[in-house]
Design a protein around this ligand. Structure first.
Ligand code: SF4
Length: 448
């Protein structure tokens, strides 16, 4: 059961030393209760209190990490039912399915590897391959898992319910930290230890929620903490109901037996690609911790990746880029200098147009807390004084042999104030639309 801030406070040292990053033990206790702080931030909690607090302050849905390299993932760790209450933290990874009887595994994963798109500075891609043992042959299963690892960067979910087949394959690819699918009522005594021996998390699969809860309780008591849940449902309505029920039980009833991320199989919820994409879309929106698709195609996975990007973006914080000087196309001392805000969409549109112009340029990005030019100007975060002081502070003068600064057309009103703050500079008003920037840069001169 979760503790209140006051209950937590009673177990803290009450010295108000501030080493945890907040000035008082009470503030730390409140943050801990709200899931905004880590217990480890206080070095002075007694062992007895630590034990009690670790359990009570653990996130209601345990975060589970697996995989390796660029596709290592963390799923779970969510703290709210609705995204607008705070945010969702760990985007659900997507898996494509490989059967160990497939003839063209290397070619298939090489093709999947190309399904990567850059959007607002984020690399969108499927991360996982669900390698399924259909052959009943450990050697074939191992060869399939190794073919994925050797020909792609996908992390693995290994799918087989026979511990005799699973054990040698997990050992063979243990350094990639695969997720083991699945522990069931029938194989738990032999399958679960494979996870422990190789440091790999386990999927717990039941025929229904009751069986899942029995299994997760038994495994948790036996010391297995990193678990993922498969409730066994495969029909659309059943999967939807289960996903919602698991999330509600974990967050609202603090049901520890269901306090784990889920895995769901869009691949088994429809015959056609269209049906599976529809299922995948529902699962992204409604709480799946991992979504397993069938074969992957660019047109089926791309919309799901975009949906995921949107759902897992913090609704209370605009996406931003870091304040600073950005070099576009290798600029030199006589290259134009433009300035805009750190709203990531603004940055990517402006930098994209600058790149497209093929005119090497400097782009100054000013922190406006993620506001676009118009909004930042209206909110006083892109005023003439601010922009002028920022240009002085950022040190662009040391990199150029002129004193010309292009400000966004939408912020033309600040030109006079910038000039006052930057005596001797030529403040040039750029186009209002980024689409006209290429022409502007091609015709640019410092004294224009
Ligand atoms: S570090 Fe610990 S003792 Fe110090 S203020 Fe924070 S909670 Fe209190």
């Amino acid at each position: 059961m979760a503790l209140t801030g006051i209950q937590i406070f009673k177990m803290l040292p009450k010295t108000n030393c501030g080493e945890c990053g907040v000035p008082t033990c009470l503030a730390f206790a409140m943050n801990l209760a709200a899931g905004k702080a880590e217990l480890d931030s206080c070095p002075y909690v007694s062992d007895e209190s630590r034990e009690k607090l670790s359990e009570a302050s653990a996130p209601p849905i345990r975060p589970v990490a697996f995989g390796y390299g660029d596709t290592a993932v963390k799923t779970g760790g969510e703290t709210v039912l609705f995204r607008h209450e705070k945010t969702f933290f760990n985007p659900c990874p997507f898996a494509g399915t490989i059967k160990d009887t497939d003839e063209d595994i290397a070619e298939k994963v090489k093709t999947w590897e190309k399904f990567q798109w850059e959007r607002v500075g984020v690399n969108l891609r499927p991360e996982l391959a669900f390698v399924k043992c259909e052959s009943g042959d450990a050697a074939k299963f191992e060869a399939a898992a190794k073919a994925v690892v050797e020909n792609s960067s996908f992390s693995l979910i290994l799918g087989c319910e026979d511990p005799e087949i699973m054990a040698p394959v997990v050992t063979a690819v243990a350094d990639t930290k695969p997720l083991i699918y699945a522990v069931t009522n029938a194989n738990a005594d032999k399958m679960a230890p494979i996870g422990a021996e190789n440091g790999c998390p386990l999927v717990v699969k039941g025929v229904d929620m009751d069986e899942v809860m029995e299994l997760t309780t038994e495994l948790s008591e036996a010391g297995y903490k990193d678990l993922v849940i498969d409730t066994g449902a495969r029909d659309f309505a059943g999967v939807f109901e289960d996903q919602v029920a698991v999330r509600r039980a974990a967050l609202m009833a603090q049901n520890r037996a269901l306090g784990f991320p889920t895995i769901a199989f869009a691949s088994e919820m429809g015959e056609t690609v269209g049906e599976q994409v529809l299922a995948g879309g529902m699962l992204v929106a409604k709480y799946a911790g991992i979504v397993v698709m069938g074969d992957l195609t660019a047109e089926s996975i791309f919309p799901l990746l975009l949906e995921r990007l949107n759902i897992y973006t913090d609704p209370q914080r605009p996406m931003t880029v870091t304040e600073g000087i950005y070099e576009i196309g290798g600029p030199g001392v006589d290259s134009p200098v433009a300035i805009t805000t750190n709203f990531s969409l603004t940055y990517f549109i402006v930098s994209g147009e600058m790149e497209g112009s093929r005119v090497p340029s400097w782009l100054l990005i000013k922190d406006t807390e993620g506001l676009s030019v118009m909004t930042a100007w209206a909110a006083g975060k892109f005023s003439g004084d601010d922009v002028g002081m920022f240009v002085k502070k950022i040190g662009i003068e040391d990199k150029i042999n002129h004193k010309a600064l292009i400000i966004p057309g939408y912020a033309a009103a600040i030109a006079g104030d910038v000039e006052e703050e930057l005596p001797g500079w030529n403040i040039q008003i750029g186009p209002r639309e980024a689409a006209h920037l290429a022409k502007f840069l091609k015709e640019w001169a410092p004294d224009k």
